[in-house]
Ligand binder design. Structure first.
Ligand code: SF4
Length: 199
């Protein structure tokens, strides 16, 4: 069984004005494996990261969920903070309750309900996560495109133009997909057969 900590960020009023962050933390505590939940004004600040590190050590956490902004913003920040505190960085999950929730809702009840759902989903993921180690493997720089419609054909051509070997497979006897069934195509109004013969 995991020992999960949940950290709910206010982002000043960015999240807290629309989401009841205390309720999200309270609800998170009811989820399986969650042994710690708290909210804080700016989770990515030094003080916020220190709170996370402290909880990891004191509560012997095996995974954490940060309910905050998009992982594009601070996933690395929180993974690094967790790693410094002795936790495998891949045991950190982000529930995006800002871009996916507070910024697109006006109703506090609805936004809070959605934030709780997003937090639950991230907690469920941590419950199934296993610590990972980064590694390297040899990669054969060659591509397989499945589907010989116009998108598949163009993709194969682009890959070949970039200098890589590419194979394209199509389940029907001819390539061209839906486009080959059309009379004219936008924007040139050429017949589709003419375009296909050029590709
Ligand atoms: S972690 Fe993200 S949501 Fe929280 S204060 Fe920092 S930028 Fe805002």
């Amino acid at each position: 069984m995991q020992r999960i900590g949940v950290f709910v960020c206010h982002c000043g009023s960015n999240i807290a004005a629309t989401v009841d962050v205390k309720k999200v933390a309270e609800m998170a505590l009811l989820e399986p494996g969650v042994v710690h939940a708290e909210d804080y004004q700016y989770m990515c600040s030094e003080a916020g990261q220190a709170k996370i590190a402290e909880a990891i050590k004191e509560k012997n956490l095996t995974g954490i969920v940060v309910c905050s902004c998009s992982p594009r913003m601070h996933e690395t920040t929180f993974r690094n903070a967790a790693e410094r505190a002795g936790l495998n960085p891949y045991m950190v999950e982000i529930a995006n309750i800002r871009e996916h929730c507070s910024w697109i809702h006006k109703n506090i009840e609805e936004a809070t309900e959605k934030a709780v759902i997003l937090a639950r989903a991230a907690i469920a993921k941590v419950n199934l996560n296993a610590p990972l180690k980064p590694g390297e493997s040899r990669v054969t720089k060659r591509a397989l495109v499945i589907g010989g419609g116009i998108a598949g054909i163009q993709t194969a051509l682009d890959i070949a133009d970039a200098g890589y070997e590419v194979d394209i497979v199509e389940k029907t006897p001819s390539i061209g997909g839906r486009m080959s069934q059309l009379d004219k195509t936008f924007p040139t109004l050429d017949c589709s057969a003419c375009i296909l013969s050029m590709t």
